[in-house]
Design a protein around this ligand. Sequence first.
Ligand code: UDP
Ligand code: MN
Length: 296
Amino acid sequence: YLFNIYRLNMSVNVPVLGASFQLARTDVPTQTPWKAPIMWEGMFDGTLYDKAHLEANSSVALTVFAIGRYLEAYLKSFIISAEKHFMIGIPVTYYIFTDIPEDIPDFVLGPERTMKVLYVPRHARWQDISMMRMKTLSKIIDLEISYTYPYIFCLDVDSIFENRFGTEALGESVAVLHSHYYTVKQDEFTYDRNPKSKAYMKTGDYYYHAALFGGTWQNVKVLVDFCYNGIMEDKKNNVEALWHDESHLNKYYWLHKPTKLLSPEYCWDVISFINRTEIKVARMTWAKKRYDVLRA
Ligand code: UDP
Ligand code: MN
């Protein structure tokens, strides 16, 4: 790191595209009680965001884990679709974490788009594979991302990009509304309800989906450390939060309000729902469970 001794602190220079840029959507809530925007199709002009982020030299690290059979099942369609739709127009680096780096296929990437493959060991339980992502993310932010990329997005690999997932999604601290819970009442949210867990919460704002979170590296670092510390504390106390890392993530966003929410368009369960009139465009969708590959 001879040349990159200064950590990036540039995202604050990106102009906040405020009220004058927000167009109308009357059928869905477009703002949280703490005045963070909830991004829905029809509310924004993507070209304005692209222009602002290009001028600010924004760039993004996209992290994804492809461990065990998830690599064969999902990685190809994830990357190929991201090349068509994810943050087109600004530099993107994929950070792929896997236990089988030799199985990563060759990808043809667009200009200013690169890929890094990093080895991680495989945990025996799927719950630990999912939860231990937080520790790996904390490390890679410290070692690399904080020197190179102002923004980071962390995604599940069983996802497919289908439409623009652009710079309008960038922000200081970004969370996505869970497809299954944005229409239901608080008391149906599946927060952790066990007072023995660090993820325990009585009430909250929304139910967020852990398949997608992001923001500046500074904020994501605080988030992943919070979740990892909660997870390890729970292990010491012999408890596990109801929905693992997602429960801790929901607790984090309750205590530290996100500055931008993404509508369920950004992580849409296209398999369970058809014809929801408020969903004008599915930007990223849940991939089908590939039991043929996962259980082969
Ligand atoms: N994952 C993986 N291998 C596994 C289990 C999980 O690579 O054996 C990673 C992968 O990125 C996956 C994420 O952890 O998308 C979360 O797990 P999963 O998608 O199965 O959880 P769900 O979305 O079903 O809650
Ligand atoms: Mn998933």
